[in-house]
Write a protein that binds this ligand. Structure first.
Ligand SMILES: Nc1ncnc2c1ncn2[C@@H]1O[C@H](COP(=O)(O)OP(=O)(O)OP(=O)(O)O)[C@@H](O)[C@H]1O
Ligand SMILES: [Mg+2]
Ligand SMILES: [Zn+2]
Length: 340
């Protein structure tokens, strides 16, 4: 799968690399200036060394007769010059590569590419930047699949013979499948709707999915519904430019996670924004994950108009979260630990 980081992310990283490259060159230049001043002989040596290539070329033009010998002599001259240079630098208490350009990444010379292949340093920088701009930041390291514990859900079966733990095991395995297949489906993007009471792991599991998708090199944006509305208001009514860039990201992200749907103030404006956001993303084949406490068709009907509900039902796979509030359970565990 190709890279689909946002334009902002790519531009930021390319800028960063250019800065690193320039820094490395500037540092070397500054050192040269400092050393040449205190030791003009070094400048002579560097000048002579810079002529080596041309001298070899000139020798080659003179004909092939004894060429090898003449080149060997030139090479010795260069080696001696280099030895002199090292000796002088050592005398001045400097390391022997003091005047070389020291790139942060030696493999690519801070260009980000080795031939046409992207260097690992650039891949890492892109991933880091995408993590930071996802809106999840620190949460990505705290809420993953690896620390999602099914033990928090009761294994007491209900009348249908399914326990909350069975249910969550299913949700968890589907979430992992989702990451595995992300971007591969020919039928377009898959959208998920996580429904359930507070503290049951909706945000946790969506963060884990976000991390998996980010690690595939995709642009992920997370935000709460309240914040999304706030940004749209700023963009529309205050004509805030940063806010407008943010709204563009909600539309463009390869994966958008809308948390706490239904907690925003209900208004004609919020309906319009959500409708437009969902509809645009569905049409352009972009994936959306929504978390909500809204319970049942009635709650959805009260909050949203038919056009929104129809899309939530028709274009999203719904997963129900049930069990006991894990946030509370964990708080109790922590208190018990502190008391000991
Ligand atoms: N299965 C789990 N294993 C370990 N920790 C969990 C699990 N589920 C949730 N948690 C933790 O419990 C807390 C609450 O979970 P989370 O925020 O995901 O709930 P939520 O369903 O999003 O709740 P809300 O509806 O209030 O937003 C978080 O700190 C989360 O990391
Ligand atoms: Mg949540
Ligand atoms: Zn590199």
């Amino acid at each position: 799968m190709g890279y689909s980081y946002s334009r902002q992310t790519v531009e930021k990283v390319v800028d960063e690399l250019a800065k690193r490259r320039q820094n490395a060159v500037n540092t070397a230049e500054a050192r040269k200036e400092e050393m040449y001043k205190s030791c003009p002989q070094l400048e002579e040596i560097d000048k002579a060394l810079s002529l080596t290539g041309m001298k070899i070329y000139a020798e080659a033009l003179k004909g092939t007769d004894g060429l090898e010998k003449r080149i060997k002599a030139l090479e010795k001259e260069s080696r001696d010059l280099l030895d002199d240079k090292k000796r002088i630098l050592k005398l001045k208490g400097k390391p022997e590569n003091y005047l070389d350009i020291n790139y942060s990444c030696e493999k690519c010379g801070d260009t980000g590419y080795i031939g046409i292949k992207m260097c690992t340093c650039m891949k890492k920088a892109l991933a880091k930047c995408a993590y930071e701009s996802s809106g999840l930041g620190y949460a990505l390291s705290k809420q993953g699949f690896d620390n999602f514990d099914l033990g928090y859900y009761s294994d007491v079966k209900d009348k249908d013979g399914i326990s909350p733990r069975d249910n969550m095991a299913y949700v968890l395995s589907e979430a992992k499948e989702y990451v595995k297949n992300f971007g591969k489906s020919k039928d377009g993007a898959q959208n998920l709707l996580f429904v359930g009471k507070t503290g049951l792991g909706k945000t946790h599991i969506s963060t884990a999915i976000a991390k998996g998708v980010l690690d595939k090199g995709c642009d992920v944006v997370y935000d709460t519904m309240q914040n999304i509305m706030h940004i749209y208001e700023k963009s529309k009514f205050a004509k805030d430019e940063t806010a407008s860039l943010e709204t563009a990201r909600y539309l463009d992200a390869t994966l958008l996670i809308i948390d706490d749907l239904g907690t925003e103030l209900k208004s004609a404006f919020s309906q319009k924004v959500l409708y437009n956001l969902l509809n645009t993303r569905i049409i352009s084949g972009k994936a959306t994950i929504i978390n909500t406490n809204l319970d049942g068709a009635k709650a959805f009907k009260e909050q949203y108009d038919d056009r929104i509900n129809s899309r939530l039902i028709g274009n999203f796979r719904t997963f129900n979260f049930y069990g006991e509030d894990i946030r509370l359970k964990k708080a109790k565990e922590n208190n018990a630990k502190k008391r000991k």
